[in-house]
Write a protein that binds this ligand. Sequence first.
Ligand code: CAA
Length: 294
Amino acid sequence: MGIKTLGIIGAGQMGHGIAQTAAHAGSLNVILYDISENLLRKGLDNIAKNLERLVDKGKLTPDEKQVCLDRIQVTTELPSMSAADFVVEAVVEIENVKIDLFRKLDEICRPDTVLASNTSSISITRMGAATQRPGKVIGMHFFYPVPVMGIVEIIRGLATSSPTFYLTKELTLKFGKTPVESKDFPGFISNRILMPMINEAVYALYEGVGTAHAIDQVMVLGMRHPMGPLALADFIGLDTCLSILNVLYRGFGDSKYRPCPLLKQYVDAGYLGRKTGRGFYEYGPDGTMIKPPQ
Ligand code: CAA
């Protein structure tokens, strides 16, 4: 595989996780871009903390941790992506923002560079069509938290070439993750199934069927899910859940994907989940959930 340097756009919760995985499991050099220096600093701090946990557990030596950190270069200059062999975009889930970014990357990056999107739901075909290299545009959808979750959904747009698909599959395997192919339909496989479940849990709360804690307990203890759907929505971000549901609702034109009014209201209020300290639950400054009354 010819990929030595991975470009990552966005140092938020997905971007910095992808950077850690690429530098650690993938042994790649990483150029991590964000418009915000603050987010770059926070992203690097999180990576250092996660790697330190691995050192504490004896899974990594302090020297290996340092080698990983040294592989990651941060920048606020998008033209730095001209040095990348493969770029993964992990910015907000807003179509216009992504399309605009793909246009810019298409001008900056070498013609042989693959442009991948970590979108959870938006059309890869449309992102490809915004560039002069639709054959080299692909979906590479990681799961949160990236270093822990062992799967990547790979989405071929209508024009994505087979060499691009196989290169992305190879990169996924290098990261120690299982590649799964999905067709380019709204929400792909993962969010077509996950988001209606989360939305239904919000409707159950809205209609007073049970408390948030009761709804989550049924799914954790009754269905052995690692987290209940409302805690998971807080973990993902309620704004992200709402954006994905809107893509499903508009994309299929089917009322079964209609976002629950309560979800919209929470997002309007700025209750975005763990990242803002409040969603369906409340969180302390370190992100740990303040346990609701039983
Ligand atoms: N970064 C790196 N590592 C992390 C981490 C993070 N943010 N959070 C936890 N870990 C690691 C811990 O270090 C620990 O590692 P070891 O097993 O080596 O000790 C391991 O994960 C388990 O963590 P904890 O013991 O602290 O906590 P836990 O057992 O409760 O697990 C969890 C936490 C892994 C998040 C688990 O609750 C879980 O799997 N939840 C479901 C997550 C999920 O569904 N993710 C997908 C979201 S959907 C998505 O991403 C797609 C989309 O488009 C919206």
